[in-house]
Structure formats: structure tokens, C-alpha cells
Design a protein around this ligand. Structure first.
Ligand code: DGY
Length: 319
């Protein structure tokens, strides 16, 4: 029997699955486990099932000890894990791709609609108790039909967002490290372009690339200036892909029309200027937040940990 440490609350079904074979030490929450407590608890662990809010770095791997075999993140993004540090110690790192694709694409599409149709503004107006009535020019937004969606990072979530946008009548361009499956490109009518062209032609730019040194501030002042002044930026990937101060100033000065954000550069902190602006929709990292999706993520993370503990390759390895 091995020792599995779970760093935060996850659906019970995953804990039960792990407990059927191993000793499980699961942080009960609801608050996040503090760093000191985390370092103390991982000592002697054979597997760590981690949440994206916990930094899994060399210090933590060393605190766990040389018996640690696997770090299974309950997220598709793994910028919280120092993967080279895992590899150096022969620790398998794993994530949860696939199971949250549709839920996250739904939120991206939701943000596209919310920002282009000014739904947050309308909702805030009603709740404020201010007087209002229907008017020909009241809270006019922008239609999606015939407009262009630029997808940055055309993996599973980017493709699923493009599929939704196509159903709303949008044309699709994308920027990606490689071409996508030609059949999917044909189905979506999607054309691969470089980032500069994407920024210049898109009416909505939606970010779906992983976060790392190569994508830190991929969208900064220069890129925002390259967008149409009528365009919108949507981010459901990771906050630091966008220079939040530059975005706040572009939104304030009307250099772009609006934005929809689910993730933040210094999460959970939101740039104070964004909080003052009407033309940005702000969600609290809800991309994968459905009961079904979170359960599937936790079960896949449990499967990843269990596979490695029984000497097998996990279903979703990173390294
Ligand atoms: C992920 O899995 O990376 C998501 O951000 C979680 O919502």
C-alpha cells in the first residue's frame, strides 16, 4: 500500500477510488492548504494529487522524498508544476486533458457573447436599480454573424471554441505551433495564420495556448495595438499570457472594444483598473466548473496516480 497525498478538496468518488488501493491523506479544505502544511504533509508520499493552486517545485519534491513516483495535477494546465524538476527525479507528472474541453469552450463562448453583447453591463444596470427603458440605441453591442474569430492555440479547447463560434456564423482563423487535422480545418473552414495577421483580421481574439516562458505576456501593448479598435479579447487559458496592465489601459482608452476574462495575471487578484471598467467581463476561473467536469478531472487524476503506483504508464502523462 502506498501513501497518496491530495492537496485540496476533490470529488469524493476520486478519493474513494484511491482509498480502495492506498492510504490517502486528503486536505479537507475549504481553505487552500498553506505552503508549510503542504510541505509537511507530502513528506513520505508516493503520489501527490495536486490542484492548480499549489506550486509543485523542487523544494516540494525534495520535501516529499525519493520514494515519490507521481504528481497528478487535477487540471489540464500544468504551469504550477516544475516538470523538468520532476523529470530529473524520475517522477512522472500527469494532467487531465480532454475531459474539460467542452466545459471550457462553453465558458469561452459565453465570454464572447457576454462581452460583444454587453450582457454584464446590462445585468449590473438592472441590479443597480437605475431607471431604464427599451431604446433604439440602448446598450448596443456587436453581432457575431460574418465576423472573424481568431483562436490563439488550436488544441482541443481552441477547436471546440471555434466549433461553437462557427455555429454562431463566425469565420475562423487560428495561430498554432502546427497545422490541425485537415478534416477538422475543413469542417471549421479554419485558416492558419501568424499571430500578427490574426490580431489584424480578428473581431474576437480567444486565447487557448498553454502558459509558459514562451507565452508570458504574448498579448501586450503592442499586440493590443495591432487589434482592431472594434475587437474583443477573451482569455480562458492562463492570466499571465496577457499583460493585464496593458489590457486595462487599452480598454480604458478604447483601443479595443472589450474583453472577457476567466483567468488573471496574479490570480486571484484582479488588476484594480479592470474592476472599474464597464467594457470587461470578469469571471472567477470557471472554465471547468461543472459537477460532471470536475468529477471527470478528479477521476482522471486518480487514474494517473493509480497507474504509476502499479508500475504502468498513466493515461495522461506530461513527461
Ligand atoms: C485547467 O484544467 O487547467 C483549468 O484551468 C481548470 O479550470
Amino acid at each position: 500500500m502506498s501513501r497518496v497525498v491530495v492537496t485540496g478538496r476533490v470529488p469524493e468518488a476520486a478519493i474513494e477510488k484511491l482509498r480502495a488501493e492506498h492510504e490517502v491523506d486528503a486536505w479537507p479544505g475549504p481553505e487552500s492548504i498553506g505552503r508549510e502544511e503542504l510541505l509537511r504533509r507530502v513528506a513520505g508520499a508516493d503520489a501527490v494529487v495536486s490542484l492548480l493552486t499549489e506550486r509543485i517545485d523542487a523544494e516540494l519534491l525534495d520535501a516529499a522524498g525519493p520514494q515519490l513516483k507521481v504528481v497528478a495535477n487535477v487540471a489540464v494546465g500544468y504551469d504550477n508544476i516544475d516538470v523538468p524538476a520532476c523529470t530529473e527525479r524520475s517522477i512522472v507528472a500527469a494532467n487531465t486533458p480532454g475531459v474539460l474541453t467542452d466545459a471550457t469552450a462553453d465558458i469561452a463562448m459565453g465570454l464572447i457573447l457576454m462581452s460583444t453583447r454587453r450582457l454584464g453591463e446590462g445585468e449590473r444596470l438592472i441590479r443597480s436599480g437605475q431607471a431604464w427603458k427599451w431604446g433604439m440605441f440602448f446598450l448596443l453591442g456587436s453581432s457575431l454573424q460574418g465576423k472573424t474569430l481568431g483562436v490563439v492555440g488550436m488544441g482541443g479547447i481552441g477547436q471546440a471554441t471555434a466549433r461553437r463560434a462557427k455555429a454562431f456564423g463566425m469565420d475562423i482563423v487560428y495561430q498554432s505551433r502546427s497545422d490541425i487535422d485537415p478534416e477538422i480545418a475543413a469542417e471549421l473552414g479554419a485558416r492558419r495564420v501568424d499571430l500578427n495577421e490574426l490580431l489584424a483580421v480578428s473581431d474576437v481574439v480567444s486565447l487557448h495556448c498553454p502558459y509558459g516562458p514562451a507565452t508570458h505576456h504574448l498579448i501586450g501593448a503592442e499586440q493590443l495595438a495591432a487589434m482592431k479598435s472594434s475587437a474583443y479579447l477573451v482569455n480562458t487559458a492562463r492570466g499571465p499570457i496577457v499583460d493585464e496592465a496593458a489590457l486595462a489601459s487599452a480598454l480604458r482608452d478604447g483601443r479595443i472594444a472589450g474583453a472577457g476574462l476567466d483567468v488573471y495575471e496574479h490570480e486571484p487578484r484582479v488588476h484594480p483598473e479592470l474592476l472599474e471598467l464597464e467594457n470587461v467581463v470578469l469571471l472567477p476561473h470557471l472554465g471547468s466548473a461543472t459537477v460532471e467536469t470536475r468529477t471527470a478531472m478528479a477521476m482522471l487524476a486518480a487514474d494517473n496516480a493509480l497507474a504509476v503506483l502499479s508500475g504502468e504508464r498513466p493515461p495522461a502523462p506530461i513527461n
